[in-house]
Design a protein around this ligand. Structure first.
Ligand code: ZN
Length: 169
C-alpha cells in the first residue's frame, strides 16, 4: 500500500484531514461559531462534513493560508421556509421537560421519521416550533485558516470522518 503518497502534500484535497481555525459571522456582525479559544476543527475533506459552499472554497488551500469565504443560503443551511413553522400541543412533550426559546428538539412522526425543530415560543395553547435550521436564510461569512493537512487513514475513510480532536471509537 502506498499509504503515504500524499504525505508531501500540504494542500487541501479530497481525503485530506484538515485542521481549521474558523470564525462564522452573520450579516449583522454577530459571531455565531468560532474555534477561537478551542482546538481547531478537524474534518475529512470531500465527504460532505462541512456545508457545500465552504468545502468548495477550502479545496486547494495550503497550510498557513487564510481566507474570507461568503456562503449564500443556497450553499449553506438553505432558504427559510415560512411554512415550516407550526404550533404543536404542549401535551406531546413530557410534563417535566423544560421548553425554552431557541432550544433544539427532535420529533418523530407516525412513520418513524425524525425531524429537528427549534422552539420559538411557549404559549398557553401550545409550543411554536420552527423546522428551519436556525441559520437558514442567512448569508454566512467565514474567516478560515488552514492550520494542518494530513492524509486520512483507511479507518477514517471507511468511517467518513476525522479521528483526531478527541473523536474515538
Ligand atoms: Zn469513526
Amino acid at each position: 500500500m502506498a499509504e503515504n503518497q500524499n504525505a508531501e502534500s500540504k494542500k487541501v484535497e479530497k481525503d485530506s484531514v484538515v485542521s481549521l481555525d474558523y470564525t462564522l459571522t452573520l450579516d449583522d456582525g454577530q459571531v455565531v461559531d468560532s474555534s477561537q479559544g478551542r482546538e481547531p476543527l478537524d474534518y475529512l475533506h470531500g465527504h460532505g462534513q462541512l456545508i457545500a459552499g465552504l468545502e468548495k472554497e477550502l479545496q486547494g488551500m495550503e497550510v498557513g493560508e487564510e481566507k474570507e469565504v461568503t456562503v449564500a443560503p443556497g450553499e449553506g443551511y438553505g432558504e427559510r421556509d415560512p411554512n415550516a413553522v407550526e404550533v404543536v400541543p404542549l401535551d406531546i412533550f413530557p410534563a417535566d421537560m423544560e421548553l425554552t426559546p431557541g432550544m433544539g428538539i427532535q420529533l418523530q412522526d407516525g412513520s418513524g421519521q425524525v425531524f429537528q425543530a427549534y422552539v420559538v415560543e411557549v404559549r398557553p395553547d401550545g409550543v411554536v416550533l420552527d423546522f428551519n435550521h436556525p441559520l437558514a436564510g442567512q448569508t454566512l461569512h467565514f474567516n478560515v485558516k488552514v492550520v494542518g493537512v494530513r492524509p486520512a487513514t483507511e479507518e477514517e475513510l471507511a468511517h467518513g470522518h476525522a479521528h483526531s480532536g478527541g473523536h474515538e471509537h
